[in-house]
Design a binder for this molecule. Structure first.
Ligand code: ASP
Length: 263
């Protein structure tokens, strides 16, 4: 049996005061995984805690776009090759639940009004998402990577998008290989300036290097130093096939936490 584990972050620049909030999300994942729950279930329920927490730029606390709208992105991928992502969803307090429903569909992603209609047809919660005014370019989006007893890995990420972005903007969170990447034995989630993360194909590059034989932490450090353009605030969390997860950022302020069963 594999040791279950989880790692979560609250954004590359959210600050140490968010640490307890992240620990609460990791504790939820730990509870689910310890009782035999799946990596997907643990990642989703842990992410929902963070989406419901108004201090994070995801779900309820998402920042307004430049026109005052609140538009949410979320994604999930699993080590058995499934993925689901939603882009710019309105009136959806927990977009990660909609993304997770896509894991077993013949389509990977949905956007805008089409995503909301699809969610309505399946009875997903619809309701106003309050949101909050944008703040300076400080990343406080959320992400979770989990590993269950079977060794399956899942990564869930969710955001309202970086501050000061227009309504049609697509960030890294719903783009495979950019804000997330999972394959057998590894799961990676990124946070920070989505444009820089996307240009670096960051999550895929970390996974690819680690699978290629470099250590997980070394691969994360390499990716932050060598693939992310200078000046862009970016953080990464990752989980391999054993041991606890790792969080690393090019700023000192990324709250992250990990848990690993001791058996
Ligand atoms: N990466 C997210 C985005 O660009 C924002 C964040 O991580 O804070 O939408």
């Amino acid at each position: 049996m594999v040791q279950p584990a989880a790692v979560a972050h609250g954004g590359a620049g959210a600050g140490p005061e968010r640490q307890p909030n992240i620990e609460a999300a990791v504790a939820k994942a730990a509870e689910i995984l310890s009782s035999g729950g799946s990596a997907v279930e643990a990642a989703v329920e842990s992410c929902v805690i963070l989406e419901d927490d108004p201090v994070f730029n995801a779900g309820t606390g998402s920042v307004f776009r430049t026109d005052g709208s609140v538009l949410l992105d979320a994604s999930i991928q699993t080590s058995d090759g499934k993925m689901g992502f939603v882009i710019a969803m309105e009136n959806t307090p927990n977009p990660i639940r909609v993304a997770a429903e896509l894991l077993d569909e013949g389509i990977n992603g949905l956007t805008g009004g089409g995503a909301r209609n699809w969610a309505d047809e399946r009875g997903f919660d619809r309701g106003p998402v309050e949101g909050r005014p944008p703040h300076d370019e400080v990343s406080d989006t959320v992400g979770v990577v989990t590993r269950d007893r079977t060794g399956a890995i899942a990564c869930a990420t969710s955001t309202g998008g970086c501050s000061n972005r227009p309504p049609g903007r697509v960030g890294d969170v719903p783009l495979p290989g950019c804000g997330f990447w999972v394959q057998e034995g590894i799961g990676v989630g990124a946070t920070g300036i989505g444009e820089a993360i996307t240009r670096a194909l960051l999550s895929f590059r970390v996974a690819d290097r680690a699978i290629g034989g470099d250590g997980l932490e070394e691969s994360m450090r390499w990716a932050l130093e060598e693939t992310v353009e200078e000046g862009a605030e970016v953080g990464i969390i990752a989980l391999g096939s054993e041991g606890p997860g790792i969080g690393l950022s090019n700023r000192p302020n990324m709250p992250w936490a990990t848990w690993c069963a001791d058996e």
